[in-house]
Design a protein. Structure first.
Length: 277
């Protein structure tokens, strides 16, 4: 208020001096304000610079860290891609090998199928030929049987006999018997097999007894020799149509042979083929 009062009563000529005096009086305050304003601007500028530097450093560090992570991630992905590529290549090779093996197996199977079909065809043709031959032989046998029967028939007789040793003190007997009745019909047959020595005898139970005979029948089977019995002879007795036949064979028919199997379980079924003379 004092200042305003002084200024109001200054003359026109002295106003300029008063203004200069006032400017001179207030100049330190303006200088201080300007210095404070400059300091604030400098601090603000420094703050902005610090923020910028921090941001730049953060960006550089983040970029470097992201680059390193990206590089390691890319390297890991590249290695994994290489591993996957190697595994895929190996699987492809295995697939190719399996495909090649499958093609070879298919070719082999096709070839074997062709051979099997050819064998089946040959067997079928052979079977047909054998069927025809068997029918012809059957017809021929029937014709011979009719002729023999018309001439009084064929008496009961043993056509072949054989006994062979087996493991575990067992033996196999084989007898071929023939007969044709005069009336051409089948007759009841009763065979009996007996083992003889000087003091005793043992009757062998037949495994497959023959009930009837008309032409040729084959008596086959196996028996276990009693441990305390040593036969010297074998007697085969036959009864059919009122006829009786006895044949006695020395026990040499049951002599042991070489290369005998170790057990009866290793032997096939009894052979039903005709006895070789």
């Amino acid at each position: 208020m004092r200042v305003k009062f002084v200024l109001r009563f200054c003359s026109q000529s002295a106003r300029s001096s008063c203004i200069d005096a006032n400017r001179h009086r207030f100049s330190p305050v303006s200088s201080i304000g300007r210095e404070q304003q400059g300091a604030s601007t400098l601090v603000l500028a420094l703050f902005v610079v610090v923020i910028l530097v921090t941001a730049v450093v953060g960006l550089i560090f983040g970029h470097k860290l992201g680059y390193q992570r990206g590089y390691h991630s890319m390297e890991t992905e590249t290695q994994q891609a290489l591993i996957n590529s190697e595994e895929a290549t190996k699987e492809l090779e295995d697939t190719r090998l399996s495909h090649k093996i499958a093609i070879n197996q298919a070719a082999t199977a096709k070839q074997e199928l062709g051979i099997s079909l050819a064998n089946v065809k040959e067997l079928s043709e052979n079977k047909q030929e054998l069927t025809v031959e068997n029918r012809q032989l059957s017809q021929l046998n029937e014709l011979y049987a009719d002729i023999v029967s018309s001439k009084g028939g064929m008496p009961l007789q043993v056509l072949g006999a054989h006994i062979k040793p087996l493991p575990e003190n067992a033996f196999e007997y084989m007898f071929d018997v023939g007969m044709l009745a005069s009336d051409g019909t089948s007759k009841r047959l009763t065979p009996t097999l007996t083992l003889l020595n000087d003091d005793d005898f043992v009757e062998v139970p037949l495994e497959y007894p023959v009930d009837t005979i008309e032409g040729i029948v084959r008596i086959r089977g196996r028996f276990i020799m009693p441990s305390s019995f040593k036969p010297l002879q074998v007697k085969l007795s036959l009864k059919a149509d009122g006829q009786e036949v006895e044949q006695i064979y020395d026990w040499k028919l049951g002599a042991r042979v070489d290369n005998m199997p170790l057990s009866l379980l290793d032997l096939p079924e009894v052979d039903d083929s005709p006895i070789k003379p």
